[in-house]
Design a binder for this molecule. Sequence first.
Ligand SMILES: C[S@@+](CC[C@H](N)C(=O)[O-])C[C@H]1O[C@@H](n2cnc3c(N)ncnc32)[C@H](O)[C@@H]1O
Length: 200
Amino acid sequence: MHGKDGSGNRVDGYRCEQVYSPEQDTYLLLEAVLHELSCADRVLEVGCGSGEIAARIAEIAPVIATDINPHAVIAAAMRGVEVVRTDLYAGICGEFDLVLFNPPYLPTCEEDRLNDWLEYALDGGESGREVIARFIAGVDRVLAPRGRILLLASSLTGLEEVQHIFAGHGFLVFIVAARQVEDETLYVLRGTRDLCRCRA
Ligand SMILES: C[S@@+](CC[C@H](N)C(=O)[O-])C[C@H]1O[C@@H](n2cnc3c(N)ncnc32)[C@H](O)[C@@H]1O
């Protein structure tokens, strides 16, 4: 598809100026997902953007994706991804064996905030961890008992702080991938319920 969408944004194939284009963070998370994924997994991708990761997962296992950005929902749907427009996983029912999220993680103050949909891909609030914290706080509801979480994090966001948020909600967390990209280090964190703590 070429031309403009209903809001006048340039649309090229399934790419749109208001949708996050796959970057190094996308591909680092995709690599970790492909390492982790089995065909028996029921997968939820939160914040699927262009659908790059979800479309690849769909070749192997059933996947549902969400995004808050309506342009991203169109872009992902045009790639054949089953996608719902919602905040994180609100309204998504069922249990998933693998839940992944490449979240907005840049620390952003009010005066730097842009008023467009692409901002949702980047703006992690003042700490950079606001969306991450909400995601971790509620993910229990959609996670199967032995489910796994893969979350992209960055040195710009504060790796230890993100690990603490996981621990505070009863998750064990490990770094499963890391890559230096210019002035930041990207990480993929793998979270699972701390079953010892759950039993205590
Ligand atoms: C960094 S981009 C990643 C996009 C894609 N997953 C990738 O890796 O290329 C973050 C995505 O999360 C979406 N997003 C941000 N906040 C969200 C929320 N509260 N609920 C659902 N999606 C959200 C953004 O619209 C954006 O598409």
